[in-house]
Structure formats: structure tokens, C-alpha cells
Design a protein around this ligand. Structure first.
Ligand code: ADE
Length: 240
């Protein structure tokens, strides 16, 4: 899996993806994440990439030409043409775990980061396949959003997570939030780990965790319950 990030601030991306699990996965060759500097494709003496908007208004816009030339370069240098070019924008479709799952089996995807007031619409029309938002707030640029998207996709690539980091039981994997976790000691500041977790009875532990998952989801994200796969008995948690 290769993720190419088109950005004016490649160092923001490079610093982040060199650490922790992504850093290890890159070193092991499981994922390739590259940041390409859009400014390298500026076609003028001062390497200018932004300009005033036609029609007036505050702020500057990224010009179409450096963005399109940067993308042409990426296509020319990729063995498989990228099928997905995601534009990071607060106007985009809300990013979801299912979208990360769908993209994690792609060979090559491109993430486009905007800055200033945005990007000339003609560049977006020419190259973008999906517009993606990581939440209803405005960031100074698309880089943090691109890192969120790249991270959530990469960790689903087989081998990226070690056994201990497995995502079998994690929040969203079955449409529910996770149950609470405990490690040693068995009693900490007078608070004991629930007895059932020390019982060694795997059936009871599974039932307890399922129930805690349901309670957690009911308390924190009741909206998720409507789409989760529930037994008839568990539908008790949907309060309608
Ligand atoms: N760029 C600026 N704000 C953003 C957001 N909320 N999501 C994705 N990209 C962005």
C-alpha cells in the first residue's frame, strides 16, 4: 500500500509518519508514505503557489497549475495509477472507519492538502475523486487531516499492527464501542478489577465484555446502536 500526500508542508507529514507503529511499518516495507511538495511544481521564479481570488474576498488560493503538475508527476512515477485522490476539506464527507477499511486494500491512494482559503476549483475538478472531512471544525491546512486518514488506513494493512495491537475487538469493529480494559495490579487504590475477568471462564468473560460494550455505546454514542448488529435481547438498548 502506498499513500502519496500532496502538500506545501512535507516536513509536517514526514516527522509524524516516522514514529511509532507507522514508522515501524514503513521500515518493514509494509506501507509506503511519501510527501510531495507542491511548491516544487511552481512554474515561476519566486516559486509562488498562491494568488488572489477572482471576484475578490479575503485570503489567497492555491493555484491550479502547481497542483495539477504535481499530480501529473505522481501519476507518471507510479506503477499503478491511483484510483483515489482524496481532498482534505471541512466540506467533505465525514471520514469513517468503514471508509478506512474500504481503502486499506488499495494499492495506491493520493491525499491532497489545501492551504490558505483553498484550491482553485479547476484543479479539484481535474484530479479529486472524493472530498473528505475529519470533523466539523476548520484546521489551518489539510496536513493533520491527511495524517488522520493515512494513519487510520495504514493500521488496517495486514501486518502493520502486531498481535498485541490487534484490531479484532476494538471500537467500531462490530459497530459498538469497546468494553473497559484492566491490567495489573488486581486492586489499585482500593478499586478492584471486576471478578469475572479473574475467573478464567472465557464464556462469562465474553458475555461480560459484550454487555459492557453495549452499555458504553448506550452511554457515549447511542447513535451507533441503530446500525450495530444486535440480538433480539440486546435491542433492549435501543430506546425508541
Ligand atoms: N482542512 C481544514 N479543515 C479540515 C477538516 N475539518 N477536515 C479535513 N480537512 C480539513
Amino acid at each position: 500500500m502506498k499513500i502519496t500526500i500532496m502538500t506545501l508542508f512535507p516536513e509536517m507529514i514526514e516527522n509524524a509518519v516516522n514514529c511509532s507503529i507507522l514508522g515501524r511499518a514503513r521500515q518493514n516495507g509494509l506501507i509506503e508514505i511519501e510527501a510531495i511538495n507542491i511548491r516544487d511544481f511552481a512554474n515561476n521564479k519566486h516559486l509562488q503557489v498562491d494568488d488572489y481570488p477572482y471576484g475578490g474576498g479575503a485570503g489567497m488560493l492555491m493555484m491550479a497549475d502547481p497542483v495539477c503538475r504535481c499530480y501529473d508527476h505522481i501519476v507518471e512515477h507510479s506503477s499503478v495509477a491511483p484510483q483515489h485522490v482524496l481532498y482534505m476539506s471541512p466540506q467533505g464527507k465525514p471520514w469513517k472507519q468503514q471508509m478506512a477499511e474500504a481503502l486499506s486494500s488499495e494499492e495506491h491512494i493520493v491525499l491532497l492538502c489545501g492551504h490558505y482559503e483553498g484550491i482553485d476549483q479547476r484543479a479539484l475538478d481535474a484530479i479529486v475523486t472524493e472530498e473528505v472531512s475529519i470533523g466539523d471544525y476548520v484546521l489551518t491546512g489539510g496536513e493533520l487531516a491527511a495524517l488522520v486518514v493515512a494513519d487510520s488506513i495504514s493500521r488496517l494493512v495486514p501486518g502493520v499492527l502486531g498481535k498485541a495491537e490487534s484490531f479484532q475487538d476494538e471500537s467500531f469493529s462490530d459497530g459498538l464501542l469497546e468494553y473497559p480494559h484492566y491490567t495489573r495490579p488486581a486492586v489499585y487504590r482500593d478499586e478492584a478489577v471486576p471478578d469475572v475477568l479473574l475467573s478464567g471462564n472465557h464464556q462469562k468473560i465474553a458475555a461480560y465484555r459484550r454487555e459492557m460494550s453495549l452499555i458504553n455505546t448506550f452511554n457515549k454514542r447511542p447513535d451507533l446502536l441503530k446500525r450495530a448488529k444486535l440480538t433480539e435481547k440486546e435491542k433492549y438498548f435501543i430506546n425508541e
